[in-house]
Write a protein that binds this ligand. Structure first.
Ligand SMILES: [Zn+2]
Length: 322
């Protein structure tokens, strides 16, 4: 049991919604699909680390997965954050395949994959920045912070790690490790810390504040990809043949393949929230679903498990993302 579970990143769902709601020949589709693939691989890598972490005793370790904490003017994100009464551990998870060469002199990481070399930003520099943000956050929230340790965990088991020619593996670069060594690295940390830094009460306060401060807001995926609102297709798609369905006698009907469905609008409404904003009005729904009757829209919205605010024409229906 984690203090905070890892969920499918909202950006993955946003990308999928975008693909569903654009013309399938839209020029940006390959770009969105490429980004989606990268994010899914990253998420799967992180999930595989959660598997290793799940062997730790949840009485002894308080683990937060995928934390996004506010830091003026933006926020910072930690893949996994682990607390014990003795130390804090930041995990930066990297899903990079191929041969990874660490160059401690130039602070860079080079990946060779099928003969193609790619440079990556130095994960040590990245984690050091996270460390500073975390210290500032804890200071601002008046929280006790046990000494910070970190590990950069390579989630792909077939990745080969090596040092640049003539260089020795010295600290902090020995903190870049393979996932299968994670648990033994954690037990090494356990034996090197024996001074109690946080009480149970401190840890409870940390948990309360981190969960309350975790940022669930999302960024506009349309802006990210430079797509205009009018490029998004209105109307409910048939799950069979993707044609636009029509509403008949309380059902969605596909004129192309004759499929009829009671629930075809549900995904489309979810897509609205992922693409535009976390709330919708009756009028906006009618445009988006291509239905003319305010009564039908009212019916669909009221059966959609949304939070209702306001009344009459200014009623808004809100989706709550957790
Ligand atoms: Zn159809």
């Amino acid at each position: 049991m984690f203090a905070k579970e890892r969920k499918i990143p909202i950006r993955i769902e946003q990308n999928e919604a975008l693909i569903r709601n654009l013309n399938r020949h839209h020029s940006k589709i390959p770009l969105i699909e490429q980004d989606l693939k990268k994010r899914k691989a990253g998420y799967n890598g992180e999930k595989s680390i959660d598997y290793h972490l799940s062997f730790l005793d949840s009485q002894k370790y308080m683990i937060f997965n995928d934390l996004k904490l506010p830091m003026t003017p933006h926020h910072f994100q930690i893949d996994s954050l682990l607390f014990t009464p003795f130390y804090t551990l930041i995990l930066e998870i990297k899903n990079i395949s191929g041969i990874l060469t660490i160059d401690s002199e130039f602070n860079q990481l080079t990946r060779n994959y099928n003969g193609i070399e790619t440079g990556f930003s130095d994960p040590i520099t990245q984690v050091n920045r996270l460390k500073l943000f975390l210290q500032r956050f804890f200071y601002e929230h008046n929280l006790v912070l046990p000494p910070i340790e970190f590990l950069v965990v390579i989630s792909n088991p077939s990745t080969i790690l090596k040092m640049a020619p003539g260089q020795q593996l010295l600290t902090p670069y020995n903190k870049i490790i393979h996932a299968q060594n994670l648990i033994s690295e954690i037990s090494n940390l356990n034996s090197s810390y024996n001074e109690l830094a946080a009480t149970k009460k401190d840890l409870r306060k940390i948990k309360r504040v981190l969960l309350a401060q975790h940022d669930t807001s999302m960024t506009s995926v349309l802006k990210t990809f430079g797509i205009e609102e009018h490029e998004i297709i209105n109307g409910v798609n048939c799950e069979n043949c993707a044609s636009i369905m029509t509403r008949k006698f309380g059902c969605w009907h596909c004129p192309e393949c004759n499929l009829s469905s009671k629930k075809a609008h549900e995904q489309k409404i979810e897509d609205y929230f992922l693409l535009f904003k976390p709330f919708i009005t009756n009028r906006e729904l009618r445009i988006f679903l291509n239905v003319s009757s305010p009564r039908t829209a009212h019916l669909l919205l009221n059966s959609s498990n949304l939070k209702i605010q306001g009344s009459g024409k200014s009623t808004t229906y809100h989706k709550e993302f957790s």
